[in-house]
Design a protein around this ligand. Structure first.
Ligand SMILES: Nc1ncnc2c1ncn2[C@@H]1O[C@H](COP(=O)(O)OP(=O)(O)OP(=O)(O)O)[C@@H](O)[C@H]1O
Ligand SMILES: [Mg+2]
Length: 485
């Protein structure tokens, strides 16, 4: 992504001064000894959100605080909190996803970085924002570039910002601006077609955590006593799920396993060890487990809006238009492409196992655990097999692969584009099994775009090798032309 103001061929000092003029005092201090210039400092980072430390080695900070990063490997970084003149205030560990490189664009309260349409709607339609609230984002779709998203008459409108070169941005071709800042300032005082004037910048929401604290990255078997339990959020065949808090600091979901007697303790630890290494913004973060006594707990990040299935069936689901439904599907396909590349098979992909956050982000849940927790139950109580989501080879021979996950993704697309409809309506499990074996496939749901139905039928090819892989599905969904419809 090329940013305004980043010109090639200038010195590091020039580039830093231009990117972040507000840090003039810091640059003066660093570059003052011209005769013997110090090694160029690492980039300066700024905090996009406030953060409360969960461990004495971590730094608490407020939005807008500045940092020099000493070690930037992994999700937790060693950093110095600094003043604008470069004086070090404190040293400690900070979560990397709360920081962004300080430059004139990322410091703007209205610039939200790379974000898709569904996320943008989720932010802008939150109760903390009003008509006129807006943000500028960089679209996730190939070749789209910057987009201005504005809340107007209780819906969100999206305007493509055309960037013709490094210093020319426009919505209307007759009105170019040298920077995004200038464009935004203009539409704060002049009317934007169909949306009025821009009001205040969209309020930001906290990002998810990948761990409870840096100390639990490697030590993730924690005592039950560190968690307090609140209301029950839901219940599945294998677990009850509660809202909870860790050390009274961080909200979590606590999944209490019902079938603990069937779980092999060592295999459970081995599997969790592997699952803990999987990190993706569209995968639920697995924080910890509690196994000192039965029932076992699995601690994950809390997703405020519950399962995608209940979300789509509820009042907010109906408000989602086709582009938003495409974006949800893109998020799931991206997480699944990541799992596919890590050779990790989900085995239970369905809208009930995708969760929706307060900011409308969709994250895939329950990945991997199916094999150790659910299969002993599937084997003994046949009726609990999720027949309607399972590929024929998984049902007949127990052959699971990324391509059997792709079949399930096709069923998930059906659930999404029918706002939580039950697949194969009117058929029971045995009928579905028999009919699918002889080539029956669901017809196109009403109002489902042709290209989505086409993807579904490709996912439901009889032979696994004839189905697309997740990376291809993600690319095809992403390159759809729905961003501005
Ligand atoms: N991390 C979470 N944050 C918020 N709610 C959750 C979370 N995990 C689960 N839930 C809620 O608890 C419910 C039950 O989840 P659970 O995974 O146990 O069962 P399920 O997904 O409905 O079915 P299955 O047993 O096939 O997984 C979900 O539908 C959801 O509403
Ligand atoms: Mg589940």
């Amino acid at each position: 992504m090329s940013r305004p103001g980043a010109r090639a061929g200038s010195s590091p000092e020039d580039r830093l001064r231009r990117a972040c003029p507000c840090l003039g005092a810091l640059w003066d201090r660093i570059f003052q000894e011209k005769s013997d210039p110090p090694a160029p400092p690492g980039p300066v980072y700024t905090a996009m959100w406030s953060f409360e430390a969960g461990h004495p080695d971590e730094l608490s900070f407020r939005r807008g605080d500045l940092f020099l990063v000493l070690n930037s490997s992994g999700d937790w970084w060693d950093a110095h909190k600094i003043e604008r003149n470069g004086r070090v205030l404190a040293a400690g560990i900070v979560p990397s996803n709360y920081l962004t490189q300080a430059d004139s664009l990322s410091e703007q309260p209205w610039y939200f970085g790379t974000m898709n349409r569904f996320d943008a709607q989720g932010h802008l339609m939150g109760p903390e924002n009003q008509d006129g609230s807006f943000l500028v984002r960089h679209s996730e779709r190939d070749g789209v570039g910057y987009v201005l998203s504005v809340r107007s008459s209780n819906r969100v409108k999206h305007y493509k910002i055309v960037q013709s070169n490094e210093s020319s941005f426009h919505i209307a071709a007759s009105l170019p601006f040298p920077t995004l800042q200038a464009l935004v300032e203009h539409y704060q005082s002049a009317v934007l077609q169909n949306a009025g004037r821009l009001g205040s910048a969209c309020k930001r929401r906290q990002p998810g955590r990948s761990d409870l604290s840096h100390s639990t990255v490697d030590h993730w078997t924690l005592p039950k006593g560190e968690f307090s339990l609140g209301e029950q959020l839901g219940s599945g065949y294998f677990a009850d799920v509660y809202r909870g808090r860790w050390k009274n600091l961080i909200n979590v979901a606590v999944k209490i396993l019902k079938s603990d007697s069937d779980v092999d303790f060592r295999e459970f630890h081995r599997e969790v060890n592997m699952l803990k290494t999987l990190h993706h913004r569209y995968l639920i973060s697995l924080f910890a487990i509690c196994t000192e006594s039965t029932p076992y707990y699995i601690i994950t990040e809390l997703m405020e809006k519950g399962s995608l299935l209940s979300f789509l069936r509820g009042p907010e689901g109906r408000l989602q238009d086709v582009p938003a439904l495409v974006d949800m599907s893109v998020q799931v396909s991206e997480a699944m492409a990541y799992l596919e590349e890590r050779r990790s098979i989900h085995r239970d992909l369905a809208a009930r196992n995708v969760l929706v956050g307060a900011d409308y982000i969709c994250k895939v849940a329950d990945f991997g655990l199916a094999r150790i927790i659910k299969e002993p139950v599937y084997v003994t109580t046949e009726k609990k097999i999720p027949y309607k989501w399972s590929a024929p080879e998984a049902l007949s021979h127990g052959t699971f692969s990324s391509k059997s996950d792709v079949w399930s993704f096709g069923i998930l697309l059906y659930e999404v584009f029918t706002y939580g409809g039950v697949p194969y309506p009117g058929l029971d499990n045995q009928e579905v099994f028999e009919q699918v074996k002889t080539g029956y496939r669901m017809p196109k749901p009403t109002d489902c775009p042709d290209f989505i139905y086409h993807l579904m039928t490709e996912c439901w090819q009889q032979e696994p090798e004839d189905r697309p892989d997740f990376r291809t599905l993600q690319r095809r969904l992403n390159s759809s032309t729905y961003e501005f419809k």
